[in-house]
Design a protein around this ligand. Structure first.
Ligand code: ADP
Length: 468
């Protein structure tokens, strides 16, 4: 009994430490907006890098032709082809291929990584029917790259750092598009890497293509990030550099956001310390797919150490990342009467025959961790809306007229990523918290739209828009 009490105590502590009442979320909202300002004001002015993308125009639906996208995500890489007929309704997405990134590539060399991508592209093209691309025409490719890049143009930029467990250190500082183009050329492929696109920017492009009220895009997959359309004159750190248009898409790299208002637990601190990038990507480590499973694992392990409710402590529980977020959602959303999914997944972790009471406890842990993630994600989105004056408050910049402050524009937030698409409870917690933060009235003007494969499709559309 005393043991059970210890476990209940741990759960209670977890719940308290992960608590996200709306007042706290509003503090996170404010901190996000403030950090966005700081990151735009000067290079290194904030943990938010607020990276320039050199994307001034988003696809508007008039694009024509056939374009390709190759997307290196955190867990998957994808290749697809789109055919555009010059009207929105003529968007034909063809041959979407999705494969897990072989794990040995994540700590290999840049040459091995890019040779692999070029080889995959070659195979993709070999499978194409003759009709899909007339012979002799150079293929235009978007390289969707879900890592932080310092751009010097839309088609070039150097890797700032790896995230999400990638560790190819010699790649840092190299031009990412050039590396891919080089690998394509070595294989003799007649492919032009026409743009280097962050995955969030791809999602924004697809969102905008379908609906020009789209100004924000967020990805919740292995990692998490956001971008949005910013007025050029608000990007103070680049003044003088940008003259061509009134706005530019800014890649926030919000995974690295940090604020003392974020509800951090000892599990988060340990996860960070033992990760390949300690003291980095603090927000991402609380909200993204790579990490949620590992937070849950750490809680279960802690409980199994102070009690015998999980039987003898399984050594597997000490293995980082053995519990995937896919399994967390499967347990969380287990609707079998005896929680058989939970039993099965625990068994895979070396924990067998736990009573129903303990299975319910595990579901509760999943709920606490994912609820916090969803609610913090919502606060992040609301922070962007605040920065662009779409949260009903008129933004934190001064100089807006009163009538402007009252006028609420329809705003679409494009969202994508495996976590958001597949984990219903995460999505529901996020959407519920967004309404809580913004209030019912303002929420009516904010539309969250799911963009399946948005990053890749949208990047191809962006390349198309460059040609027209
Ligand atoms: P990437 O991040 O590699 O570009 P995705 O956007 O498809 O790829 O995201 C994949 C991640 O999404 C997985 O690593 C996992 O963390 C999360 N995910 C995928 N499916 C589920 C699911 N059913 N439940 C919870 N999380 C999921």
């Amino acid at each position: 009994r005393a043991k059970w009490r210890a476990v209940v105590e741990i759960l209670k502590e977890l719940e308290e430490a992960c608590d996200t009442p709306v007042g706290r979320l509003r503090q996170v909202v404010d901190a996000m907006a403030v950090e966005m300002h700081a990151g735009l004001a000067s290079e290194g002015g904030s943990k938010l890098k607020m990276l320039l993308t050199f994307v001034h125009h988003l696809p508007n639906g008039t694009e024509k032709g056939t374009y390709y996208a190759l997307h290196l995500g955190g867990t998957y890489f994808r290749i697809l082809r789109v055919h555009l007929g010059g009207e929105r309704s003529y968007l034909d997405v063809q041959d979407v291929e999705r494969h897990p990134i072989p794990s040995h590539l994540m700590d290999s060399t840049s040459e091995v990584l890019f040779n692999f991508l070029a080889f995959s592209m070659e195979r993709f093209i070999e499978k194409e029917g003759k009709e899909s691309n007339s012979q002799g025409v150079k293929r235009e490719l978007a390289f969707t790259f879900s890592f932080p890049v310092k751009h010097s143009s839309i088609s070039s930029g150097v890797l700032i750092k790896w995230t999400k467990g990638f560790e190819i250190s010699e790649m840092v500082g190299k031009d990412v598009a050039e590396c891919l183009q080089g690998a394509m050329n070595r294989r003799g492929l007649d492919i032009h890497v026409a743009a280097l696109v962050n995955d969030t920017v791809g999602a924004l492009s697809l969102g905008y293509y379908h609906d020009p009220d789209t100004v924000v895009a967020v990805v919740f997959g292995t990692g998490s990030n956001a971008c949005y359309l910013e007025r050029t004159d608000a990007i103070i750190k680049s003044q003088g550099l940008l003259t061509t248009s009134g706005s530019m898409v800014v890649n926030m790299e919000w995974g690295n956001f940090w604020s003392s208002h974020l509800p951090r637990t000892s599990y988060d601190i340990d996860l960070d310390a033992e990760s390949s990038n300690p003291n980095d990507m603090g927000f991402e480590k609380m909200i993204a797919g790579l990490y949620l499973g590992d937070i849950v694992r750490r809680v279960i392990r802690h409980m199994s150490q102070v009690s015998d409710i999980f039987g003898p402590t399984s050594s597997m529980l000490s293995e980082p990342y053995v519990l995937r977020t896919n399994s967390v959602s499967a347990m969380h959303e287990d609707d079998t009467p005896e929680l058989q999914q939970v039993a099965r997944i625990l068994k895979d972790l070396g924990v067998s025959d736990v009573p129903l009471k303990v299975r319910k406890l595990v579901v509760k842990i999943c709920d606490v961790v994912t609820r916090r993630a969803g609610r913090l994600a919502a606060a992040g989105i609301a922070g962007i809306l605040k920065k662009v004056g779409r949260d009903g408050s008129g933004g934190i910049t001064s100089g807006r007229s009163r009538s402007e402050m009252r006028m609420q524009k329809r705003t679409v937030v494009a969202v994508e990523g495996g976590l958001y698409m597949n984990y219903t409870m995460f999505r529901e917690y996020m959407e519920e918290a967004l309404v809580e933060i913004l209030g019912e009235e303002v929420s009516q003007y904010v539309v969250v739209k799911a963009m399946e494969d948005g990053s890749s499709i949208g990047s191809a559309l962006l390349v198309a828009s460059l040609q027209s």
